[in-house]
Ligand binder design. Structure first.
Ligand SMILES: C[S@@+](CC[C@H](N)C(=O)[O-])C[C@H]1O[C@@H](n2cnc3c(N)ncnc32)[C@H](O)[C@@H]1O
Length: 255
């Protein structure tokens, strides 16, 4: 079964490379692939309403405990949080919302679009829920997003962005020292070409210094262990759909 998925992946990667014009200059190819990545996000043909139980049972196991330990002055950012069901269920679980941590839901397409159409207010849980919707995370000025104790990215920005190095740098700037990043992605949706072969997102993250990376196959807990995390530049070579999801192929810019 795994072998079949691998064959499919190779086929779709070749197809994606061909369809995004390997013949053009590298810069043009990169622009086309970036545009393709953004169009995919705008189409929003995803599952966008996973429950808190779904997050808890599928993210790295310590997520459940970490979430239960969040204090009122802590900040949880749900990156690419979609309709924000998990965040809302977390806030609903508190009898008094003021006992909950502050939650930032950052998402390009989320619930506000559909809710505005129905003219229903999104509950703010006494100011505990802040929604930044309608912009790409990469373009939100740093001043608008405080540093977080915990960031989750459940098939969110990291699985779709066309600018992976910029996104990772920004995530680590918004994560406090000793803060935790929980990622749920798949090694099948991100490939990184290097002079030593192709790396997955998991192995790329494990190669960065200053991070403690636990987990495998895109289901990761990352603890930030030093203030500044250096992420080398990655340029987007191609993007397109494959049987597992939206696949992007990057190239590591080695010195
Ligand atoms: C597959 S959905 C997952 C939603 C949610 N995490 C869940 O599991 O229900 C991906 C979400 O990430 C958002 N997203 C993807 N790339 C983004 C970006 N670069 N900036 C902001 N939001 C992004 C999309 O708008 C979408 O809501």
């Amino acid at each position: 079964m795994k072998f079949k998925a691998l064959i499919c992946l190779i086929f779709w990667q070749v197809l994606a490379l061909v369809s995004f014009g390997a013949s053009g200059s590298a810069a043009v190819t990169c622009q086309l692939a970036l545009k393709g990545a953004r169009q995919e996000i705008q189409k929003n043909k995803f599952i966008t309403n996973r429950s808190l139980e779904n997050y808890s049972s599928r993210l790295f196991p310590s997520f459940r405990q970490r979430m239960s330990e969040l204090k009122p002055n802590d900040l949880w950012i749900d990156l690419g949080g979609g309709e924000g069901r998990a965040a809302e269920e977390y806030l609903q679980s508190k009898i008094n919302p003021l006992e909950a941590a502050q939650v930032y839901l950052i998402t390009y397409v989320g619930r506000r679009s559909s809710i505005l159409k129905r003219k229903i207010e999104i509950p703010s849980f006494q100011g505990k829920l802040k929604v930044l919707e309608g912009r790409f995370f990469e373009e939100i000025p740093d001043q608008e997003i405080p540093q977080a104790d915990m960031i989750t990215d459940f098939y969110g920005v990291l699985s779709y962005t066309g600018d992976l190095s910029l996104t990772l740098r920004k995530i680590f700037r918004h994560l406090k020292l000793h803060g935790e990043l929980y990622i749920h992605s798949s090694n099948m949706v991100t490939s990184i070409e290097t002079s030593n072969g192709v790396m997955s997102l998991t192995s790329f993250l494990k190669s960065l210094s200053g991070l403690q990376v636990e987990g495998q196959d895109g289901i990761l807990k990352i603890t930030k262990e030093q203030e500044e995390i250096k992420v080398p530049p990655l340029s987007l070579l191609s993007s397109g759909l494959n049987p597992v999801g939206f696949h992007r192929r990057f190239q590591l810019q080695e010195k």
